[in-house]
Ligand binder design. Structure first.
Ligand code: UD1
Ligand code: CA
Length: 471
């Protein structure tokens, strides 16, 4: 079936194929990991490209793999809509796309194939929609850009009427052509049936003895096919990564862009240059984020949330007005309205904190709920526990949830008071309103509303003398 790709432009109704080139070795990364699997904002560069590609609703996506093919395939194992073509050895971008040709879907003469690059991770769907729009009437469309320093890039050669006639690679360019500042970003969209024919005709009679995809442009001109161009929405969209230094630079560029979008949405960032988002962050009104925080996975912060400096939040949901103080680590956790967490708190997966609860310094909470208005303010481990409302957990309290083989639950009912330095040997239950004396090792259930304690009797040894040194 033909598909429609949405977006702010008029609908097009052709079948879209997307080919992503990822066969290069990435020698300058000096790494055992294939280049396209190196991370940007916490995810492989290739996954960023696949995400953007998917937003165009393609009929098929083909990744051309070569170096480290098995690793690249494995990294996409959970994305069944991704197909692979093997290019071995790499002999140029035209040769690469040719390997994908047998996998391209066709439904008629209006079909389009878009070529992207696994190491150009930040090209945005809006830019690609504009390029596809330029290609939608059967034209070949090239994404081009004006560069102050075009060194190394293929140059866009136009005629007197401004029509594109060819792309000439830097190494093959004449002095006149080298002066051209409009360059090929590498990304293009072409009519699928025509592209397949051009790929058969492209030769390797050039300075690098490679099959250049860019030779498709002069073949299109010779065939009387219009060649159009579009430009990226922002210059960073077409930046590629060839080295660790370029990776680090692009990471900062992207983090600044993400920070800019959050500022625009009304979030306060104490310093947009000291902000890292490696996933998605959605914020309500008047959220404040201090310096040095890292957000991973899916993080949702409601109105008025404040995050102190140097916190890590991964897959976290915080209710209105919740506060996280400095140096806290939250992973797979949620907290209700007005909760206070940290400084130096650790919430592990399955931590669920009620409204107005407090979790203070050096408190670890795992797979446990803490009810409304409950507190664990200092030095405690609460694991596999159901803690009710208005419970006070004293300093040094530990749920002994693990017997070396199995995990057991601890239940602490509403309004209980757990004295300092208590061990709750699970499975065990503390009844509603019960009080545990400091230092208790609780091995049996504590009844509601009563004081329960286990404690050796305190004695003073009258006859004792401190040993003294012999003279
Ligand atoms: C290419 C373009 C050039 C453009 C530049 C933009 C050609 C002939 N030239 O040049 O006009 O200005 O990109 O950066 O297309 N790849 C493969 N298999 C291959 C060769 C390359 O998968 O056989 C992949 C690489 O892994 C890389 C991408 O294609 O991701 C571009 O290859 P690269 O060799 O960097 O292209 P350039 O020579 O820089
Ligand atoms: Ca090359």
């Amino acid at each position: 079936a033909r598909r429609q790709a949405g977006g702010p432009y008029p609908f097009w109704t052709f079948m879209l194929n997307i080919v992503i080139l990822a066969a290069g070795m990435g020698k300058r990364m000096r790494s055992d990991l294939p280049k396209v699997l190196h991370a940007l904002a916490g995810r492989p560069m290739l996954h960023h490209v696949l995400d953007s590609a998917r937003q165009l609703d393609p009929a098929r996506m083909v990744v051309v793999v070569g170096h480290g093919a098995d690793q690249v395939r494995a990294a996409c194992a959970d994305q069944p809509d991704v197909h692979f073509a093997l290019q071995q050895p790499p002999q140029g971008t035209g040769h690469a796309v040719k390997q994908a040709a047998p996998l391209l879907q066709e439904s008629g003469s209006g079909d389009v194939t878009l070529v992207l690059y696994g190491d150009v991770p930040l090209v945005q769907p809006d830019t690609l929609r504009r390029l596809l729009q330029a290609a939608s009437a059967g034209a070949l469309a090239v994404l081009t850009e004006q560069l102050e320093d075009p060194t190394g890039y293929g140059r866009i050669v136009r005629d007197g009427q401004g029509r594109i006639r060819a792309i000439v690679e830097h190494k093959d360019a004449s002095p006149d052509q080298l002066a051209i500042k409009e360059v090929n970003t590498g990304i293009l969209a072409a009519p699928t049936a025509r592209l397949k024919q051009w790929l058969e005709r492209i030769g390797n009679d050039n300075a690098q003895k490679e099959y250049y995809l860019t030779d498709a442009i002069s073949l299109a001109v010779a065939d009387g096919v219009a060649v159009e161009s579009a430009q990226p929405g922002a210059p960073w969209e077409t930046l590629g990564v060839n080295s660790r230094a370029q990776q680090a630079e692009l990471e900062r560029t992207w983090q600044r862009e993400q920070a800019r979008r959050l500022l625009e949405a009304g979030v306060t960032l104490a310093d947009p240059d000291r902000f890292d988002l490696r996933g998605t962050l959605s914020c309500g009104r008047d959220v404040y984020i201090d310096v040095g925080c890292v957000f991973e996975g899916k993080v949702e912060l409601a109105d008025g949330v404040r995050i102190g400096p140097y916190c890590v939040l991964r897959d976290v949901r915080l209710g209105e007005g919740a506060r996280v103080e400095a140096f806290s680590h939250l992973d797979g956790a949620q907290a209700g309205t007005g909760a206070r967490i940290g400084p130096y708190a650790r919430l592990r997966p399955g931590a669920r904190l009620g409204a107005r609860s407090h979790v203070g310094n050096f408190v670890e909470i795992k797979n446990s709920s803490l009810g409304e208005d409950s507190k664990a303010n200092h030095l405690a481990y609460v694991g596999d526990a159901d803690v009710g409302a208005r419970v006070n957990i004293g300093a040094g309290t530990i749920t002994c949830n693990y017997d070396g083989v199995n995990k057991h639950r601890t239940v602490i009912e509403d309004d209980a008071f757990i004295g300092s330095d208590t061990q709750l040997v699970a499975p065990v239950r503390v009844g509603r309103g019960a009080t545990l004396g400091a230092g208790t090792t609780l091995t049996r259930d504590a009844p509601a509303d009563k004081l329960t304690l286990s404690r050796a009797k305190q004695v003073t040894v009258e006859s004792w003398r401190r040993p003294a040194k012999k003279p």
